[in-house]
Design a protein around this ligand. Sequence first.
Ligand SMILES: [Zn+2]
Length: 262
Amino acid sequence: MRLQTSAVATLTLFLGFACAAEHESASAATQASSAPFQLDFQPVDAETAQELEPVLREAVRTVETWFGAPFPVPFTITLQPDRAAFDASFPPEWGVAHTECWMVASGVATGVQLLSPRVWKAQACEHDPADARHVAQLLTHELVHVYHGQHNPSPDFVDTNGIDWFAEGLATLASGQLASEHAGHAREALASGLGPTSLATAWTGRYRYGVSGSLVAFVEHERGRAVVIQMLGASSGEELLELAGMSEAELLERWRAAVRTE
Ligand SMILES: [Zn+2]
């Protein structure tokens, strides 16, 4: 999730400073070109960071393979030791005072804020830290947001409008979540009358990941991955549709027909 909406920008630096004032913060810079990130964490998360590092490297490989090109800019992944620190990692202008229990990460061009999986059992819901595939795909999902931000005119997504279905759908598709934990959800949504009536509502409700992911998969099927990659640079829903070469009504209608015959 991009915190379900957006953005960190200079936040990583600010946080690093704030944490350093209170604790001695640790960091593990990765040297290999295949891992263009720095992992920041508090001493209490040293073990968790060690466990996550190879998973993150693999997630980077998955993203770069899907898009066919490396991350253009290095970024930081910050492990937040508890829910309060995670909440405090969002800049005041986002208006996010307290995150919901299911929110454990956000990703923008500069990097990822991640509530440490060490505390998910006590401080999160709907996320099992012992489920290796779930954790790997969740991290991959966030890295897709990072990659997206690094290719968008608005690196923190603040100056975008109507691209939620694409941003979340792309992350759900490219991370493998659409084929695993959200498989069949678009079909279920349509069958139960909970399908989207507009792209603006695709990223709402209990089926939002499956529906948005399926929409992007449909665009890829119809237009090819190269077009989906071009869509990374779009700032608005209109721009996305123009690149996809379909009107909103046409996209939704053809998508519904395709999902029903899957
Ligand atoms: Zn997301």
